[in-house]
Design a protein around this ligand. Structure first.
Ligand code: DAH
Length: 341
């Protein structure tokens, strides 16, 4: 019986390397090792042997069976990988392959800064008022008290439409007039965010389009100290409670008095560095008390009402915060830039 077994196992071993498909392998397995296969059937006949021969036979049979099974496993693996390689070649789906990574979208850095700014002003009770991108010359300039020959009015700074009375707003300040006309005679606390356009040479420092966030508060008895207190509060929320700030006298046609606000350089903590051009300060916004002419143009009597206004550039704020040296990155749609935020 042992001889018989050896012969079967030998034949099985010899056949194995010639098998090249899973089907052939399955057939081989059921012929030799399966429940009704030749080897188990033979092993079940162990009871026909004399008692004293059984242990030796059992031991040898097990050895033979185990080596055959190991050979089967090895060859089975080889066939599977060969078949997988073949299937891949033919374009079949390999579900064991790692998936392709999906590119995840993110908010544009300007949007992130804008949302932060909206949040802070909302916490202080300022609503968002959306004004128009296409403005009239009258609201963009005249109503804002621009003197007739002010340089900002000249053609090279302004994108006019074919109708020369209509232009792309050069700043968000005309929204002040539109908000006042709509809210009159109620008190006003609004911010006016939006895109502005200037017909300029595009350089690392200036773009032909950029965001501004305008602010406007109109009411009874609003004073310069309210402007300062509110803006200091804003800057502390944006840049941290310990950031020093200062106001410098300035000039804008639509505010009187006017100021520019600086924040202590957050790169060098005011010691002086390349970012702040060794002054220790970074200019972040323009502001002032709304000019009586502008209040009047908005429908508010400057004898009864007063107000403050401010304007800031989210791109500039973003550039300062992240050390971005070229404003052109913002609208160049280069993913290598955008993916960093
Ligand atoms: N409109 C100004 C600009 O484009 C920014 C500005 C300055 C807005 C002072 C204001 C302000 O409301 O009070 O540069």
């Amino acid at each position: 019986m042992l001889n018989q077994l050896e012969t079967i196992v030998q034949t099985a071993h010899a056949e194995l390397p010639q098998l090249t498909t899973s089907e052939a392998l399955i057939a081989w397995n059921s012929q030799y090792l399966g429940r009704k296969g030749e080897i188990p059937v033979l092993l079940r006949r162990v009871s026909e042997l004399p008692k004293e021969e059984r242990p030796a036979f059992g031991q040898r049979a097990n050895e033979l069976k185990q080596t055959l099974e190991a050979a089967y496993e090895a060859h089975s693996q080889a066939i599977k990988s060969a078949e997988l390689a073949q299937a891949l070649k033919m374009g079949a789906l390999d579900v064991t392959m790692p998936g392709r990574k999906m590119a995840r979208g993110r908010l544009h850095p300007s949007t992130q800064t804008l949302r932060r700014i909206y949040q802070i002003w909302a916490d202080m009770g300022f609503q968002i008022y959306r004004s128009r991108d296409v403005e009239t010359d009258e609201v963009n300039f005249q109503m804002l008290n621009f003197p007739p020959h002010h340089p900002a009015r000249e053609m090279q700074d302004t994108f006019y439409t074919t109708n020369h009375e209509l232009l792309l707003r050069t700043h968000t300040s005309p929204g002040q007039i539109r908000a006042m006309r709509e809210f009159h005679p109620e008190p006003i606390r609004v911010i006016l965010p939006g895109m502005c356009y200037r017909n300029e040479q595009i350089t690392a420092r200036s773009e032909i389009q950029f965001h501004q966030v305008e602010g406007l508060a109109v009411g009874h008895n609003i004073r310069f100290s309210d402007l300062k207190g509110t803006l200091i509060n804003f800057v502390r929320r944006l840049y941290g409670a310990n950031r020093a700030t200062r106001f410098r006298a300035s000039y804008f046609p639509f505010t009187e008095p006017s100021a520019e606000m600086d924040v202590e350089c957050f790169l060098c903590d005011g010691k002086g560095c390349r970012l702040c051009k060794h002054s220790g300060w970074l200019e972040i916004l323009g502001c002032g008390m709304v000019h009586p002419n502008v209040l009047r143009n908005g429908g508010y009597d400057p004898e009864i009402f007063s107000g403050f206004a401010f304007g800031m550039g989210p791109e500039r704020i973003t550039m300062l915060r992240h050390g971005i040296e070229d404003i052109r990155y913002f609208w160049a749609n280069d993913l290598r830039f955008l993916q960093q935020f």
